[in-house]
Design a binder for this molecule. Structure first.
Ligand code: S3P
Length: 737
């Protein structure tokens, strides 16, 4: 590789300067690495330790010769060093620094140069350790860490590129930011915590029993105060240099601490729990919140790949995780209720967690989830608070659509956004009727997310004839109807899931149901209750189909929700000849449940009755697989809604099934599938959880492996899918491409 520059001069061989020199030297990307330090011993040590190629005996001459100069001196010394090197600086030499504050570095440069040279590109590596001096130089110090560069309006593109490339060579992740923003962000994320650590240790060290305190101080004290061992001079300088942003952060922290003090004094456990649960969630998920992704470990943007092995049979007794639709609604209605709602069996998947986080962001204290248990401290219908920023709901259509109805009626403005898949899904279906109620909602391009909802509107009840069979639209309008003047009613063209109606009733809110029309009136209240979430029939479906298509299978799925608006899959599988038995039918918290036993029986192709489509809408990807394993032809019609789910489920299933050897044809509103032998192959889930899981079970009847790409979103509804599948007899390896 050709050198980035021929000669780099690093001024200041402390931990950062030394580590950068060492990294650049190891990479061999900067010709000669010259080091200067006003402490001659440090400089010589740098040479001896192999940190630099040469020492700068004559600083002026080295400045003249260098193509790239890095100032790695304390921020306070920046002005003096810049004045010192200015007379020798060529107009071509790129200049950067590593100071942890940027505003004052830029001011210093302005004072020295008058007009800032276009070769100056300030920077700041967010890496370090409490160690200092050239002896601590570590070439890996920046590897995988972030470096912020703050190019100025004056900075040239070529100088910016060189500074960026230099940092990339060290393995750093380079980010670009404005100077003022940098200083605000750093005040919050670095400077404030350092001040707190110094202050805490200093305070405790003044106590008379300090020896005891330090002797018995275990994890907490040590973790919190590690950074109090950092260089005092440097931190004094940082405080001087970043005074205003730091004071702002200190004030808001002091205010938070005072509130917590008050809560402790008053024994206000709600306030304490609120602070601690919000902080815990934020701490656990902050990297994902930062990157605007998600809430679970296995959810990320990388390509999670499932390799489903051919063959096997499915046996045993399992309970799949909690129902997604009911989990969402338990958080929503629990938050709007008066009193504490306890939920068990809550689905700890990305989608439901997105709902949970949204309500935490709106000030609701929610404990858990811990092994499916959640305690929601309801704030009442009028107790939500403005969230601190846009609500990010990940992949979850239910969250965005139901929340839009609720938020349209709040006093504050909100914005709802989601991931790539959600950002392609239609939102006018909720925005349009909400506008008829008087809501002010802006959708993004093409009627898609983000949604911008204006608060403070007074809504009017309407009657709405829903053009499509959608429980999300119906529920959205019912939630808005809790606040709208008069009655809000919705007529559906075909029955859709009625969990909102049932749960509102469970919370003591009156809901009118008259054939295909539901109605609510405002003015009531929700009273906290306990909710036992049944296992999700949509998740159970993958195992129902798995057992139905695989000889020698005999599987029992426990405690599955069999709400009549959700059992399309059972009806369709029965029509196809599946051997299904419902055992131990009972009702929990207003929802019917049963254990479902399914044994292998040869399936036959059918024409799927259209009235079953809305009752099995999420189950079609798996039913497509069942049809491939049935004898004869299966015809699906009236299912155009499948095209606007987490992916275009008709197209994606047709493409994938063809790739694994199936005989299938897509139609605008369904598909025609002829059963036969599957061969295996490579397919793409397009970030759609149900597609990923459907192809996993298809392998049971294929002659070769099925490799499924883009499976990370299985975490949205069924984080434990692979483990459970392997437990009952499938063989799925999970990895990353
Ligand atoms: C859901 C309703 C359905 C379903 C989705 C969950 C709900 O969507 O596909 O997975 O919880 O209300 P539509 O309302 O768009 O049909």
């Amino acid at each position: 590789m050709s050198n980035l520059v021929e000669r780099v001069l690093i001024i200041g061989l402390g931990l950062i300067g030394g580590s950068l020199a060492k990294a650049l030297r190891e990479q061999g990307c900067c010709g000669t690495v010259v080091g200067y330090d006003r402490d001659r011993d440090e400089m010589l040590a740098g040479l001896q330790l192999g940190v630099i190629d040469q020492v700068a005996e004559n600083l002026a001459a080295e400045v003249e010769q260098a193509n790239l100069i890095v100032l790695a001196v304390p921020v306070k010394a920046t002005e003096e060093v810049l004045s010192q090197i200015k007379p020798y600086l060529s107009i071509e030499t790129v200049l950067t620094d590593v100071g942890s504050t940027k505003g004052n570095v830029v001011e210093a440069a302005r004072r020295v140069f008058g007009e800032i040279p276009d070769t100056f590109v300030p920077g700041h590596p967010i890496a370090g350790s409490e160690k200092s001096g050239v002896a601590a130089a570590n070439s890996q110090l920046f590897n995988g860490y972030k470096v912020i560069i703050t190019p100025l309006p004056e900075s040239s593109a070529s100088a910016t590129r060189i500074v960026e490339q230099m940092w990339l060579q060290t393995g750093a992740i380079v980010l670009d930011m404005g100077v003022a923003r940098h200083d605000e962000v750093l005040a919050a994320t670095s400077h404030l915590p350092h001040i707190l650590a110094f202050s805490l240790v200093d305070t405790l060290a003044k106590e008379e029993e300090k020896l005891d305190i330090f002797r018995y101080a275990a994890g907490g004290f040590r973790d919190f105060t590690r950074i109090a061992a950092s260089d005092p001079t440097m931190w004094r300088d940082v405080c001087l240099a970043n005074k205003e942003p730091l004071l702002k952060q200190l004030d808001s922290f002091t205010q938070g601490l005072a509130q917590l003090r008050e809560a402790i004094e008053q024994g206000d456990s709600e306030m304490m729990l609120g602070t601690f649960t919000r902080a815990k969630a934020a701490r656990e998920h902050f990297s994902r919140i930062l990157s605007g992704t998600a809430y679970l470990d296995n959810m990320n943007t990388s390509n999670v790949v499932f390799r489903a092995q051919p063959g096997g049979s499915v046996t045993g007794t399992i309970r799949v995780p909690g129902d997604k639709s009911i989990s969402h609604r338990s958080i929503m209605l629990g938050s709007l209720a008066e009193g504490v709602t306890e939920v068990t069996g809550f689905l700890e998947g990305e989608d439901a967690l997105a709902t949970l986080q949204a309500f935490r962001d709106m000030g609701v204290v929610i404990e858990g989830p811990h092994q499916g248990e959640v305690r929601i401290h309801g704030v009442g219908l009028h107790g939500l608070q403005a969230p601190p920023g846009p609500l990010y709901v990940g992949n979850s259509g239910t969250t965005i659509r139901l929340l839009s109805g609720l938020l349209a009626a709040q006093s504050f403005d909100t914005e709802l956004s989601g991931d790539e898949s959600l950002s392609k899904r239609p939102m006018e279906r909720v925005a349009k009727p909400l506008r008829l109620m008087g809501a002010e909602i802006e959708t993004g391009e093409g009627g898609r997310p983000p949604l911008k909802i204006k608060g403070g509107q007074s809504l009017q009840g309407i009657h709405y004839d829903m053009p499509m069979a959608s429980a999300q639209v119906k529920s959205c309008l019912m939630l808005a109807g809790l606040y709208a003047e008069g009655t809000t009613s919705v007529t559906e063209p075909a029955p859709t899931r009625d969990h909102t109606e049932r749960m509102l009733t469970g919370f003591g809110y009156s809901v009118g149901v008259d054939e295909s029309t539901v109605s609510v009136q405002s003015g009531g209240k929700l009273t906290a209750t306990n909710i036992d979430v049944p296992a999700d029939i949509s998740s159970a479906t993958f195992f129902l189909v798995a057992a139905a298509i695989t000889p020698d299978s005999d599987l029992t799925l426990e405690h599955v929700g069999i709400n009549p608006t959700r059992v399309g899959v059972l009806n369709i599988l029965r029509l196809m000849g599946a051997d299904l038995e419902l055992l131990n039918e009972r009702e929990v918290g207003g929802e019917p449940v049963a254990d479902i036993r399914i044994r292998y029986a040869p399936l036959k192709g059918i024409r799927v009755p259209e009235d079953q489509v809305p009752l099995a809408i999420d189950e079609f990807p798996a039913l497509f697989v069942a049809a491939c394993c049935a004898e004869g032809e299966t015809v699906i019609t009236g299912a155009e809604e499948l095209r606007v789910k987490e992916s275009d489920r008709i197209q994606v299933m047709v493409d994938g099934l063809k790739a694994v050897g199936a005989d299938i044809e897509g139609t605008p509103d369904g598909a025609i599938i002829r059963g036969g032998q599957l061969t295996g192959g490579e397919v793409f889930a397009h970030g759609d959880h149900r597609i990923a899981m459907s192809f996993s079970i298809a392998a049971l009847r294929s002659s070769g492996e099925i490799k499924i790409n883009d499976c990370a979103n299985v975490a949205t509804s069924f984080p434990t899918f692979v483990d459970l599948a392997n437990e009952v007899g499938l063989t799925i390896h999970k990895g990353e491409a």
